[in-house]
Design a protein around this ligand. Sequence first.
Ligand SMILES: [Zn+2]
Length: 282
Amino acid sequence: MQFIDIGVNLMNAAFDRNREAVLSAAKNAGVSPLIITGSSLKSSAGALAFAGAHPGDCRATAGVHPHNAKDWDIPALLRLRELAACDALAAIGECGLDYNRNFSPPAAQRRCFEEQLELAAELGKPVFLHERDAFEDFSAILKKYRPKLSGAVVHCFTGGMKELEIYLAMDCHIGITGWICDERRGAHLVPLVKHIPADKLLLETDAPYLLPRNLPRPLPSSSNGPGAAKARGSHNEPRFLPHIAAFVARALDKETEQLAAETRVNAIRFFGIRESSGGNIS
Ligand SMILES: [Zn+2]
């Protein structure tokens, strides 16, 4: 079984000491390639450089997260446009709106979001989207740009049926994380995933965040030989994606193998990942 993790914050400081080991543990667990999430100009540049140095194993997104929207200006837009020219680019983002703690003022978030959507439309790239506590504004802005966008994935979807229907009506892909494995706050997603068309579903860990709550503890260490990534604290890792997939497959009443195959094809098409004749991702 082979999975593609469409959301890994591999440039996060949590992985500074074991980035390569996390990557190879993921590969050993059948999770490859990884789509590394860029969330600032700095992390996007880092993600693209890392992905460029690991061509069959990683791709990266480039974008500015709403938390960082206060730093958005014309030079930032120009820099993002430059980064988007990299071969390893999979999508523009993570971008969107997050009114949960308003680390950036809402008006700055909206401008930062719209200008990234405009750039993605102009470049013909899909977008990797983040929305938290901002559904009304977020969906209104997305609706305006959606016809011009080649693709859009709402990453880490945690909303309800109403939100899901609106995203699906806009022909969005839906990213499901280990949030669904959390019986306290993710239980509503279990019946809801059945309403996501099979060709619109994508799987992600959002590592190092969102460690699935129902993973056996202590965390299984990776079977990657000496120097392997030891399970570190409570960090999530892309190697745990098969655990999330098995949980989602049970919710969908289908075999994990089938879900793996379907979501893999979805990710390959969505991000335009080229497959060589040998079946390997290139
Ligand atoms: Zn996010």
